[in-house]
Design a binder for this molecule. Structure first.
Ligand code: GDP
Length: 459
């Protein structure tokens, strides 16, 4: 996709709802200066070109005398629309045949098929959203938990970029003062107070540092907490995983029409997604007691933010369990000690294992699963994360922030050492450039292509 011609006022059309679903209605989106006129040409009802913005109209879509569908048309007159252009949303019945006919009729009347992400790209180009907000739209649509939804929502509403814009403005001010010094270089004047500049840079550095470190947490909330279920063969790892996932599946399938295929290795507990690392591997691995297997399991455990370690009390002596716990502890990752197959234990036996302070469960009998879920939430301590805080979840943003940090370090070095103003100015400009990349103050066609081509058509 080339972005070069996109600012032109051609009118685009696409299905905005997902195709092929079982929903009752579909929404076709039209945007561009001719959106209302083109829709009006196939619509029988009121004259749409004479109606005010933000109104809905009932009528039929026709090709000649042929009635294709009864529809509702929503009108948005630019700039009061998502794209800031004239926009129309046509709600039709959700039939592939109807949708194809309506879209091709609109194209026949002068619209063209929209490219991936083109509606949101226009919103960005026309100033409705900045770049990080546009990216948040994609995250919002993809969000599948309360936490990821909240972060995307916060970012879309500008929380994240507002903070950066303010910092950038302060820095622009200093850049221009230092550049002014360059014009007077023979006179050896300093317009930019070096102490104030240093102060500002340090301030910005702290904020950026916080944003960069929020990435780990933000990423966990967005993509799920990576966890591993570990333990010797036959302790009941797969049984536990299935118990956790099955319950989830049952909950999901109760809600009509929400059957999901991707739920495979994820569970959602009170809005937090937990993602099981390589659980397929757990199902296959029966050789983890062998040297190679142990090494592989260790590698897997290191990727986790939380380890659920299972013991089978009918297989392992308590001293043996103790040794394994010490081994897991050495990884320095939080873990939960689980004694599985509690259904096979007598009360006196349980008392003996109590010294390990474990959670007793029976994966097979589905006992203790709720307690385990509470413990999962406890351990990752996500309840304390305030998702209202500005949080970075996008790898592109983190990279730009890290580059900003590097430039700021150079600026700081430049202030402390005999570096000429022109080098200082260059480093500040570099930092400004990287900050601008996040909000879209600095863009290239490649960058835009890259971001928006990841969107679906219709977004
Ligand atoms: P994995 O090798 O660690 O994945 O272990 P599996 O999940 O395949 O379980 C090994 C055996 O232990 C199977 O026969 C399970 O039915 C059984 N098992 C798992 N959990 C329990 C439990 O809580 N109680 C009892 N009695 N048996 C269990």
């Amino acid at each position: 996709m080339s972005t070069a011609g996109l600012i032109s006022q051609d009118t685009i059309v696409a299905l905005a709802t997902s195709s092929g679903s079982n929903g009752a209605i579909a929404v076709i989106r039209v945007s561009g200066s001719e959106a209302i006129r083109i829709t009006n040409a196939i619509f029988k009802g009121k004259d749409l070109t004479q109606q005010p913005s933000h109104t809905i109209h009932f009528g039929t879509i026709r090709e000649g005398e042929d009635i294709i569908d009864e529809v509702l048309v929503s009108l948005f007159i630019g700039p009061n629309s998502y794209t800031k252009e004239n926009s129309v949303e046509i709600s039709t019945h959700n039939s592939t045949y109807i949708i194809e006919r309506v879209v091709s009729l609109l194209i026949k009347k002068g619209a063209r098929a929209a490219k991936a992400g083109e509606f949101t790209l226009r919103a960005f180009l026309n100033g409705g959203l900045d770049l990080s907000q546009a990216e948040a739209v994609a995250d919002l649509i993809a969000s599948n938990s309360a936490a990821s939804h909240q972060i995307a929502m916060q970012q879309m509403r500008g929380g994240f970029s507002n903070q950066l814009k303010k910092l950038r403005e302060d820095l622009v001010h200093f850049a221009s003062l230092i550049e002014l010094e360059l014009d007077f270089s023979e006179e050896d004047v300093e317009f930019a107070n070096r102490d104030q500049l240093k102060n500002l840079i340090q301030q910005i550095y702290t904020v950026i540092n916080k944003l960069v470190s929020s990435f780990e947490q933000g990423n966990v909330l967005k993509n799920g907490v990576p966890i591993v279920i570990a333990g010797k063969p036959n302790v009941g790892k797969s049984t536990l995983l299935n118990a956790l996932l099955n319950e989830e599946r049952a909950i999901v399938s109760e809600i009509a029409g929400t059957t999901r295929d991707t739920i495979e290795d994820e569970i959602n507990i009170h809005g937090v997604t937990f993602r099981f690392i390589d659980t397929a591997g757990i199902r296959e691995t029966t050789d983890i007691i062998e040297a190679k297997g142990v090494e592989r399991t260790r590698e897997k455990m290191k990727q986790a933010r939380l380890i659920v370690y299972l013991f089978d009390p009918t297989q392992d002596q308590i001293t043996n369990v103790w040794i394994q716990i010490e081994e897991v502890k050495s990884l320095g990752i939080p873990f939960i000690t689980i004694i599985n197959k509690a259904d096979l234990l007598s009360e006196p036996q349980k008392v003996e294992f109590n010294i390990l302070n474990p959670l007793f469960i029976s994966a097979k009998e589905q006992q203790g699963i709720e307690k385990l879920k509470d413990e999962l939430l406890n351990q990752v301590n996500l309840a304390n994360i305030n998702t209202d805080d500005v949080m970075v979840t996008n790898i592109r943003h983190v990279e730009a922030l890290q580059k900003t940090q590097q430039s700021l370090e150079k600026v700081l070095y430049g202030i402390e050492n005999p570096v000429t103003s022109d080098f200082l100015a260059m480093d500040i400009r570099q930092a400004l450039h990287h900050l601008g990349e996040i909000t879209g103050a600095v863009t290239t066609d490649d960058l835009l292509d890259n971001i928006f081509s990841k969107f679906c058509i219709g977004k």
